[in-house]
Design a protein around this ligand. Structure first.
Ligand SMILES: Nc1ncnc2c1ncn2[C@@H]1O[C@H](COP(=O)(O)OP(=O)(O)OP(=O)(O)O)[C@@H](O)[C@H]1O
Ligand SMILES: [Mg+2]
Length: 357
C-alpha cells in the first residue's frame, strides 16, 4: 500500500496546457475516483501517474518517492484500460501470467500465482479458454487479473467498465469494490459516470477543464457541493439552480418571475449577497397545496418506478422535482412547490462558488 500525491501537476501539449496545476493526495489503501466530462484531463492525469506521459511541471509521488523521472515499470503501477487488449491467441492463464513469464519467474511459482489470482476473480474454471470464448465481463476480469498478479503498489483504472452493458457494469463495480476491500491496494479510478464514482469511491476528485473543482467523499460532493458545476454534475438529476435576488430584510428570495421564497429560519440569510444562484435537489422539493410555495408549470413527467420526475419551469427557469406520491400530472398543469429553506444551497452567480453559511 502506497500513498499517491500530486503537487501542482501541469501538462501541456506544445503550447496548449490541458492540466493546470492539480493537487491531491490518495492515502495508502484509499480508493479515489477522478470524475469529469470528456476532455477534462482525467486520462492525461492517470497516464502521468503511470509514467506513460511526461509531467510538464510539478511532482508526482508514489509511496513517498518522487517518480517524475522513473520509467513506467519502475513505478509499481498496474493499469487497466477501457480497451484491455488481451492476447487473443493465449489462454486465460497465459494472459494473466504473461508479465511473470517475461520477468523470468519459474513455471511452478507462476502457475500457483495465476491460479490464486484467477480463483479470487472467479475465473478458476476458464483458465484454458481463449479470450474469444469469454463474455465481456469475464474478459474484463482477465484484464484485472493481469494487473493484480504483479502485486502493484497502486492500481490505475481508466474507464474500465464503459464497454460493458449496464447490468454487467453494475456487477463489475461490485467486483472491483470487493477486490479493493480484500487487497487494500491504493487505487485511482477514472470515469465520467457520476454513479460509478459515487458507488466506488472513498473520495471523489471532481475535475473540470484541467482543474480540480472539489475533492470530497461521495456524501460531501452530494450534500455540500463547492460549486454549481459540482452541484449539477453530481446526482441524477443534477441539482436545480435558480437565479434569484435577495428581498427585503434578507428574509425573502425573489425568483426571476417575481415569485418569492421565504427564507425564515435559514441560518445564513443575512450574509448573502444581493444576487445569488440558489441550488436545491429534486428530492428536497415537495408538492404543496394551492396557494403555498411557488407556482411551476409541468412540461412532462418521467416515470422511474420508485418515483417520478416532474420536469417543470418556474418562470423561465427549468426545475426538476422528484416525487414518490404525485399522481398523474398532465403536461401543462400548474403545481405548487415547497422549497424548504434548510435545503437551499447558495452560490455566487459570477464565480459559481458556494457561499459558506
Ligand atoms: N497527445 C495529445 N496531444 C495533444 N492534445 C492531447 C493529447 N492527449 C490529450 N490531449 C488533449 O488533452 C485534453 C485532455 O485529454 P484527456 O484524454 O486527458 O481527457 P479525458 O478527461 O480522459 O477525456 P475522455 O473522458 O474523453 O477520455 C483534451 O483536450 C485532449 O484533446
Ligand atoms: Mg480519457
Amino acid at each position: 500500500m502506497s500513498a499517491i500525491s500530486l503537487r501542482n501537476v501541469k501538462k501541456a501539449y506544445g503550447k496548449n496546457e490541458v492540466v493546470h496545476g492539480v493537487d491531491f493526495e490518495a492515502a495508502a489503501g484509499e480508493f479515489v475516483v477522478i470524475l469529469g466530462p470528456s476532455g477534462c484531463g482525467k486520462s492525461t492525469l492517470l497516464r502521468m501517474v503511470a509514467g506513460l506521459e511526461s509531467v510538464t511541471a510539478g511532482d508526482i509521488e508514489i509511496g513517498g518517492r518522487v517518480v517524475n523521472a522513473l520509467e513506467p515499470r519502475e513505478r509499481g503501477c498496474a493499469m487497466v484500460f477501457q480497451n484491455y487488449a488481451l492476447y487473443p491467441h493465449m489462454s486465460v492463464a497465459d494472459n494473466i501470467g504473461y508479465s511473470l513469464k517475461v520477468a523470468g519467474v519459474p513455471r511452478s511459482t507462476r502457475e500457483t500465482r495465476v491460479k490464486a489470482v484467477a480463483e479470487s476473480l472467479g475465473l478458476g474454471e476458464f483458465l484454458r479458454r481463449k479470450p474469444g470464448q469469454l463474455s465481456g465481463g469475464q474478459r474484463q476480469r482477465v484484464a484485472m487479473g493481469r494487473a493484480m498478479i504483479r502485486e502493484p503498489l497502486v492500481f490505475l483504472y481508466d474507464e474500465p467498465l464503459s464497454n460493458l452493458d449496464a447490468k454487467l457494469r453494475v456487477a463489475m463495480r461490485v467486483e472491483i469494490r470487493r477486490l479493493h476491500q480484500k487487497l487494500g491496494t491504493t487505487t485511482l479510478f477514472v470515469t465520467h459516470d457520476q454513479v460509478e464514482a459515487m458507488t466506488l469511491a472513498d473520495r471523489i476528485v471532481v475535475m473540470n477543464k484541467g482543474v480540480i473543482e472539489q475533492v470530497g467523499t461521495p456524501a460531501d460532493v452530494y450534500h455540500r457541493p463547492q460549486s454549481t458545476y459540482v452541484a449539477s454534475f453530481i446526482g441524477a438529476p443534477g441539482m436545480n439552480i435558480l437565479p434569484a435576488r435577495l428581498g427585503a430584510g434578507s428574509s425573502l428570495l425573489l425568483l426571476d418571475d417575481g415569485q418569492t421564497v421565504d427564507l425564515a429560519g435559514h441560518p445564513g440569510g443575512s450574509d448573502l449577497p444581493n444576487e445569488v444562484h440558489v441550488g436545491i435537489r429534486a428530492e428536497s422539493i415537495s408538492l404543496a397545496n394551492h396557494g403555498r410555495g411557488v407556482r411551476a408549470k409541468v412540461h412532462f413527467t418521467e416515470e422511474l418506478g420508485s418515483s417520478r420526475l416532474l420536469h417543470a419551469e418556474v418562470g423561465s427557469t427549468p426545475i426538476i422535482v422528484s416525487s414518490k406520491d404525485a399522481g398523474i400530472i398532465e403536461p401543462g398543469a400548474e403545481v405548487n412547490l415547497e422549497l424548504p429553506p434548510d435545503s437551499l444551497h447558495f452560490f455566487n452567480p459570477d464565480s459559481g462558488r458556494r457561499i459558506a453559511h
